[in-house]
Every structure is written in structure tokens, then in C-alpha cells.
Write a new protein. Sequence first.
Length: 476
Amino acid sequence: MKSILAFLFLLFVINSGKAQQHAEYTPPDDPAVQQKLAQWQDLKFGLFMHWGPYSEWGVVESWSLCPEDEGWTQRKGPYGADYNTYKTAYENLQTTFNPTHFDPDKWVRAAKDAGMKYVVFTTKHHDGFSMFDTKQTDYKVTSPKTAFSTNPKSNVAKEIFNSFRKENFMIGAYFSKPDWHSPYYWWPYFPPKDRNVNYDPAKYPERWQQFKDFTYNQLQELMTGYGKIDILWMDGGWVRPLRKADSALAHEMGNRYNQDIDMPKIAKMARANQPGLIMVDRAVPGAYENYTTPEQQVPAAPLSYPWESCITMGNSWSYVPGDKYKSSQQIVQLLVKIVSRGGNLLMNIGPGPDGDWDPEAYKRLADIGKWIKVNGEGIYASKAIAPYSDGDIFFTQTNGGSNEYAFLLGNENGLILPPVVSIKPGNARKVQQLTLLGVKQKLKWKQDGDVINVTIPAALQNNSGLAYAAGFKIKY
Ligand code: GLC
């Protein structure tokens, strides 16, 4: 009996070890990818945009089509009561999609001013509506069926990429692997059951092959017809080879099928056209997940591989009228926390049906811009440094460690500096110089072992013109 238990235990240990192995990061071996990844890690702050005909209704992106009963899949509005009526009405949104205020240069100006350095745009979300001029389907923004198709800027993905590229942003194409419009993914013969393919690819290999070809061809279009692309951000992690060790995750998503779309072949084509392309086969650990993407969260500690938190500026990824936007202080502090742990922040704004953002989004970006112009030197190209944070103070370093930054975060009352700020960088190096970013006045400070006590003059304690997070610069 004992030996059986011991054996079972051993099996458990081996298996949990394996699961961990799968969760591990595989560094890219292509030097061009390594180089681009390092460049990307220095950018720290990017813009994410979820946009499509769903924005007309102001509902969640795509998910209301998914026959799963989750909080985020609920159907609302006049067609919500009946699935088939709803799906028809949803797909009909194509005909009225007409964002005549679409002006990507305006977005670039605001994003650039806020200090954002890269953009990731939904070329296609799970609903399958292509926001680019694909030849593989008529369910696209440039189809004659779409109101906006007569507009000279109707190939919106191309317009967005060109506008941001002109201002030296890195360009990222979000692409959903699952496609709920494609008859090769949701075969109309069967009703859709959940988010997954609605037939068994092993039983109908020809149909699955058509889906693979369709996906490959769409990606080839994006990799060849849209200028230089730096990041291919592929969502829908349940579309992947089914492996035993992944079964826990696969079950969670109700998936029983092997949904292998041949990522090695896709990667070969993509990188032949876009040398050094960063691939983000999201939540599929392995050679094609060059960085990981914690969603709506900040990891509690630094990760040992490249990562990016994607976080909404409002509550929703898609445009929702009257959505509640995070405060500028919250956004800046998210950035500081993420950067102190070595990650990037990809902040999402959902454009509305008229083709513009909520005015609140512009206000936030303008505020962030003011802060970043003063404090950006401790953000961009910085690296994490232990102890990463101490209470409300978060650390970064630049120049190989000769500069260290200690960001003191404001609280719900704003940024009020105490008479003495005690900074504990957690190392005993001798401080040469200490300044407060954005403040000309010299500050008195004293290093005492591993504590630096900075005296804050009364005039600076309040109303100092500083906001959100005060950046102390320490030179060693
Ligand atoms: C969530 C949403 C999905 C969105 C993604 C962005 O997974 O369900 O719609 O595209 O976040 O990271």
C-alpha cells in the first residue's frame, strides 16, 4: 500500500513538474527577435485599441456571440432574447459601421504626447470582422456591404499602422485566432456550443485544413501588405495543439479538440516577411510566446522573462458610452508599479462608433504626458532593481545602475510629501547626488547606512506642482 502511495506521489511530483515546465518561458533563439524584444522592453508604455462594429452598440467586443453563460457574454438590447436573431442583428452592424470622424493622426498626437511608444490594434477580434482589407472574407470593413467602405480611409488597420509608424511607434497587430464568423471554425451545420471550434477537427480534417489556410492567408496579408509590423499579438489561446499537460486549462475553456493551426509554418512565413517579428501566441507557452501578457493585473513581483500588462483605461476593452475611466493618478501609478517590476504597460482605449475616443481619454493622456515629461527618464529603458518597492516607494534604475529612481506614490488625497522622505534602496552604495525630478531647488539629504533621509521644505510638501508620483533621482 505504502509503495503504491509513494508511487502515486512520485507521479504527482513528476506531473506537476511538467506542468510547470510548460508554464515556463522559452527565449527566442533568433538574434533579430532577441534584439527587437530588448528594444520593445525599453518602450514601457503602449496603446491598445479594441474597435469594430460592436462599438456601435457599445457592448462587449465579440463575446455576446459566444454561447457560454458568463458575466461578459450576456446579450443585451432589443435582440438579446433570442440567440439567432441577435447574431443576425450583430452581423448586420457591418452595414451601418461608419466612423466618419476617424482620424488616426489625432490619436497619434495624443498618444505620443502621453509618452506612449507602441500601438497594438485589433485587426480582427473573435467575431471575425476584419478591420483590414482581407481577400478571404466579405465580413470586413472594406466590403461594399460596410457603410465606411466608400471612405478613402476605410482600410483602418492600414491607416492606423501608417499614422503611428510615421511617429516611430512600434506597430502591433492583434489578431484573434478563433473566428466566429468563419464557416471553417463555426461550421453552420452545427450550432456553436461554446468559444471553441464546433466540430471535431480530427473527424473533419478537410474543413479544419480550410480553417488553417484561411488563417494563414489572412496573416500573410497582414505580414505583407501593411508595412513594417513589429509585434503579432495573437489572442484566443484555446486555438492550439491539445497537449496532455495543458488539459487543465483546455478543460476550463470547454475544449476537447486539438486546434492546431501550425504555428511553426505561420511563424516562418511571418518572419520571412517581417524579420525580427515579436510573436505573442498568447497563453500558449513555448517558442511563439515571446512575451507574456497578464491581463487587467500587475504581477506581484518581477517576472524572469519579458512581459506586458494589458489594462483598460475604462472598464471595458470596447467602447461603452459613459464608461468610467481610471484617474490619471491611477494610470501613472500602474505604469510606475509595472515598470518597477520590469514590465510594460499596454493601456487600452476603445474608439467609439463615430471613429473617435471619449474626451475623457484625451484628458487622461494629457495629464500623463505632463507627468512623463518630468519623470520619463526614470521610466524608459529602465530596469527593475531589488527591492523593487518599499511601502509607497517604487524603484527603477538606468545607465547600468549608476542612476536609481525612487517614485513615491500619492494616495487618495493626492501627492502630499511628508517633511522627511525615507528612501531605502536596499543597497549600501554611496550616494553622490540626490534630486527631485521637476524641482530646481536643492534638497537636504543624509545617507545613514541603507537609508537616505530627504528633508522636504514646507513649500514643497503641498501644492508643489508635482502630481501622482514624485520621482527622486539618486546618483551613485
Ligand atoms: C480579454 C477579453 C478579450 C480581449 C482581451 C484583451 O481576454 O475577453 O475580448 O481581447 O482580454 O487582452
